[in-house]
Design a protein around this ligand. Structure first.
Ligand SMILES: C[S@@+](CC[C@H](N)C(=O)[O-])C[C@H]1O[C@@H](n2cnc3c(N)ncnc32)[C@H](O)[C@@H]1O
Length: 172
């Protein structure tokens, strides 16, 4: 292979969509108990990259955190979760969505074994300090774990969510 050349920003831009996706509602990543706004900004960028939506609780500090974290030129697709997150999850399930939890549980499958999403899928992420609470875990169809070999206990939540989004979108 001859020496690779990094593509220019103009070349990369020509391969991208010219507008943000209209909500086709296939993948929805849901950090339903968030603590740090910076992670929501990172997730927004991944949502744009894979054509997913972000679902967040309607808490007072979140709109500003999203505004600050959105470094994209376009608006992104945000779904506001009113009321209790567990009830929102129940409504998603009744509407036919599959509920995938990203969490280290004793029943989690490995990321490599997670198939590409074939139907609308909600990806539930845990709180940065305490993970997915029991009422969230009860509502999962499947939990997925990203294997780790280092000394750290867990990954950053936005990194974990991004890896799972890429796998479910079939882009890696
Ligand atoms: C920093 S972790 C929370 C760790 C928390 N101290 C605990 O003990 O559960 C925040 C979230 O990131 C996700 N996460 C982090 N590392 C993960 C991994 N290796 N596999 C699956 N999910 C992970 C989960 O959604 C988790 O709830």
């Amino acid at each position: 292979m001859s020496a690779a050349r990094a593509r220019t920003p103009a070349e990369i831009r020509r391969q991208r969509r010219t507008r943000a996706h209209t909500c086709w509602n296939h993948l929805v990543v849901a950090p339903l108990w968030p603590k740090h706004g910076v992670n929501l900004g990172t997730l927004l960028r991944t949502c744009d990259a894979v054509g997913a939506c972000l679902a967040v609780p309607r808490w007072p500090w979140i709109p500003e955190a999203l505004e600050r974290g959105n470094t994209l030129r376009h608006r992104t697709c945000v779904h506001w979760v009113d009321g209790r997150p567990d009830r929102w999850l129940d409504r998603q399930r009744r509407g036919g969505s599959s509920i995938v939890g990203v969490e280290l549980t004793d029943e989690s499958i490995r990321l490599a074994d997670l198939p590409v999403a074939r139907k609308r899928t909600v990806i539930v992420l845990g709180n940065e300090g305490s993970g997915i609470p029991p009422e969230g875990l009860e509502r999962l169809d499947v939990a997925v774990e990203i294997p780790m070999v280092g000394t750290g206990h867990s990954l950053n939540v936005a990194v974990a969510g991004s890896l799972v989004l890429y796998k479910l979108a079939g882009l890696c």
